[in-house]
Design a binder for this molecule. Structure first.
Ligand code: ADP
Length: 461
């Protein structure tokens, strides 16, 4: 049964079976049609013969066979002619005694009543086709004529046809079967190539591609689709590896700082004030780690689609108010003014806590990167299907080459400065995830007046 698992064998079997059926139907059709036409021909010959003879016998309007010459039977038993008078008496019979066919009074009777009948009969080992027909003179039935012709030729022809069919049928099936295996094998060989190449690509070398030079047919498209899929997997794996490497690196920095503090403190006996200072620094680093781990956890759960968006009516005015309230101490410390710029409220359906986190991240960045005495504006406006919230600051802004990258994970325009501020470059990637999870988007701009502007657009419902 193993071989049946091969597609090429199954395909070939299918079309050999189909061909067998088609050929059988075709042969049967030819046989029946030929048989029909041979019998029609035979009937025509019988009719012609009977007309010839009846023309002879009805010369003077009455039936009289004296002097009628009926050509003899070329081969004995192959044909015969009989003529009957109006009372059904045999007037003439040219059949040889050894092959004399039995009479059929019912057929003669029917002929005398004007009806023609045909039948088959066997006489002396020969199959004959017989017609019994009326002989008319001036529209009156004056007798009957019976003509018989051998069916031997028909039988010969038909059995020859059967013989040819029987000989050619298996040959045709064999040829088509062999050709089928060959053609199916040829058509399917590229699939084997794809399978073989795909088997050699493992998780470790996703950089490899099939790169098969196949035409743009079904198999070619399969191979190209496969390559596309491997490319996407490769990208995803690389991103994952990069993410892990970046995360480890980010975690090492505060740990190294903590270890440094501890070692310095332990080197020798110190004053309580110095211990307190060391602990304060350690505490700061631990806070940074906690924040970093919190962000990593959020992103990991976002990637695993474990965070559910719980939509509820959210007033943007209230949301902005809450966020600004929370940022107020930090802003006050840097003497940065945070102000709302819109008056009309907009209510959208969104996850309140996630939106608050998004806005807090943006405001936190704005305050962080705005120099002392600067301003941060929060504004919102409705659109046809979306609402937009913007946070704009009077800081240094973002250079064009960085604008599209600031949402990437661990991306920092100025790593040293950003780390000094406590950032790991994850805040904006979380913002982007929150916006996209709501079916919205986020963009960064450097508006003409200077500073940076972050705009989040969110669907209203
Ligand atoms: P971080 O936690 O380091 O701030 P983010 O993902 O929030 O990380 O931001 C990525 C980078 O984008 C930051 O390192 C910073 O260089 C830049 N950036 C973010 N917000 C602003 C802003 N308001 N003004 C200038 N640069 C900004």
């Amino acid at each position: 049964m193993g071989i049946l698992r091969l597609l090429r064998v199954r395909l070939t079997l299918w079309y050999v079976a189909l061909l067998a059926l088609t050929l059988a139907a075709f042969s049967a059709g030819v046989y029946v049609a030929l048989r029909e036409s041979l019998y029609t021909n035979l009937d025509d010959s019988i009719e012609t013969r009977s007309e010839l003879v009846s023309a002879l016998v009805t010369a003077d309007g009455d039936i009289d066979v004296t002097g009628v010459e009926i050509p003899g039977d070329p081969v004995e038993g192959e044909e015969f002619v009989r003529v009957f008078d109006a009372s059904g008496e045999v007037l003439l019979d040219n059949s040889a005694a050894a092959f004399r066919p039995p009479e059929d009074p019912a057929a003669v009777e029917a002929a005398l009543h004007g009806e023609t009948t045909r039948r088959g009969l066997a006489a002396g080992g020969v199959d004959l086709r017989v017609m019994t027909a009326p002989v008319r003179a001036d529209g009156r039935v004056v007798g009957a004529i019976e003509v018989g012709l051998s069916e031997g030729d028909i039988h010969d022809t038909l059995s020859r046809l059967l013989l040819i069919i029987a000989a050619l049928y298996p040959v045709a099936l064999l040829v088509v079967g062999g050709g089928g295996v060959f053609l199916a094998g040829r058509a399917l060989r590229p699939i084997d190539e794809v399978t073989l190449a795909a088997r050699q690509i493992s998780a470790e070398d996703l950089g490899r591609r099939l790169d098969l030079a196949l035409p743009n047919d079904e198999v070619g498209r399969l191979a190209r689709t496969f390559d596309g899929m491997i490319a996407r997997l490769d990208e995803a794996f690389q991103r994952q590896r990069q993410f892990t490497a970046d995360a480890s690196h980010e975690l090492r920095t505060p740990l190294t700082a903590i270890k440094g503090q501890a070692e310095v403190a332990l080197q020798r006996e110190r004053a309580p004030e110095e211990y307190r200072e060391a602990l304060r620094r350690v505490n700061e680093e631990v806070d940074r780690m906690i924040r970093l781990l919190g962000s990593l956890l959020t992103l990991a759960r976002a990637d695993a689609a474990q965070i559910e968006i719980e939509r509820e009516p959210v007033s943007l005015e209230r949301l902005a108010g809450d966020a600004m309230e929370q940022l107020r101490p930090a802003a006050a410390e840097k003497r940065v003014t945070v102000t709302p710029l819109s008056s009309a409220d907009i209510v959208i359906r969104a996850d309140h806590d996630l939106l608050l986190q998004l806005l807090l991240n943006l405001l936190d960045n704005a305050v962080k990167y705005t120099p002392e005495g600067g301003t941060v504006e929060v504004s919102w406006r409705p659109g046809a299907e979306r609402a937009e919230i913007s946070v704009r600051d009077t800081g240094p802004g973002i250079a064009p080459e960085h604008l599209t990258h600031v949402f990437d994970r661990f991306y920092r325009v100025d790593a040293a400065r950003s780390r000094a501020e406590g950032g790991a470059g994850l805040g904006l990637s979380i913002c982007r995830w929150i916006a996209e999870a709501h079916g919205g988007a986020i963009r960064a701009e450097s508006p003409p007046g200077g500073g940076a502007r972050f705009t989040v657009s969110l669907p209203l419902a």
